[in-house]
Design a protein around this ligand. Sequence first.
Ligand code: FMN
Length: 327
Amino acid sequence: MLQTDLTKLLGIRVPIVQGGMQWVGLPKLVAAVSNAGGVITALTQPSPTALRHAIRETRALTDKPFGVNITLLPTINPPDYEGYYRAAVEEGVMIFETAGSNPGPLIKFFKSRGCLVIHKCTTIRHAESAEKMGVDILSIDGFECAGYPGEDDIGGLVLLARAAKELKIPYIASGGIADGQGLAAALALGAAGVNMGTRFMCTVESPIHENIKQKIVQSTERDTVHIFRTLHNTTRVFKNKVSMEVVAIEKRPGGAKFEDVRDLVSGQRGRLVYENGDPDFGIWSAGITVGLIDDIPTCQELLERMEREAEGIIGRMSSLVTPRTKL
Ligand code: FMN
C-alpha cells in the first residue's frame, strides 16, 4: 500500500483525489471515487439547497470521506458563494477544495469551523500565500491541467520540483496525471498524492454522455486548446469547432472582448455537450491526458490499477539502486 500524508490526513486508501469538475462532479461519481477522495463541485448545483441535497445523496451512496469544491472565478452570473459554503458546512462536510482568486476569507471561514482545506493553485507564490493562510494541503496544478492553468505556463515537472523546495505543508500534484506512472512520478517529485480531473471524466460512473467518453478515448494529447489567453483568463478545453472559433475571434486584429465570445462559451452550452453527447455543441474542459486515456473503467478498477502500477514502478526503481563499488 502507498501511505502518504494525503492518505493519513484524509483517511483514504489510495493517494488519489478527484478535483472539482463543473457539471461532472456529481454524487454518483464522487461516491464512486470516494474510496480515494471525491469532491462534489458546489457550483454545479443550481442553489445552496440543491447542494445540500447533493451532499445527502452522496452520503447515502458512500460512508467514505468526500469533500466539496468551491471555485471562486469570474463567471457570467456571480453565484451566492456564501450560501453554498455555509450550506456545505451546515451539512457536516469537513473537507473543502478551494480554487480561484481571493480565497482568503473562504479559507478563514473553513479553518474557523475546523475543516480541512485543500487549496488549488498554479504558481508557487500563490501556494506560499495559501500556506500562510493556514490551508492543510496544496494542490499544485501544472500547465497540463484541464480548466485554469494560470498564465505562467510552467509544466508540472518544474512546478512540483519547486514545490518540493519551497513548501512546508503537504502538496499534491494536479494536471497531466492519468495512470500509475503519473502517480509514481508525482510521489518522486515529493507530492503526497495526485488530483485528477480528465481521467475521472472517462469512467463508468462519470455522469457525462457516452459519446463524450468515447471522444476522449479516441483523442490524442494534441486535442486540447487554450481559450481566453488574450483575456488573461487562460482555460484549457477540448479542441472543437466552438473552441477554435473562440481562438480565431481572439486572434482578430484589435483582439476580443468577453462580450464577443460570451454566447459561444456559455456554461449552459457546455453543459449540454455532456447531456446530448455532441462534442461540438459548446466548450468543455479537458486536459492533455486525453492522449493517455484509452478505456472507460469503473472508478474502483482505475484506482486499483493506478495503485498497482505505481507500486510496481516504485519497486522496480528501487531495484535500480545497487551498492556502490569503490572507485
Ligand atoms: N477545477 C475547479 O477548481 N473547479 C471547477 O469547476 C472545475 N471544473 C472542471 C471541469 C472539468 C470537466 C475538468 C476536466 C476539470 C475541471 N476543473 C475544475 C479542474 C480539475 O479539478 C483538476 O484541477 C484538473 O482537471 C486536473 O488536471 P487533469 O484534468 O489533467 O487531471
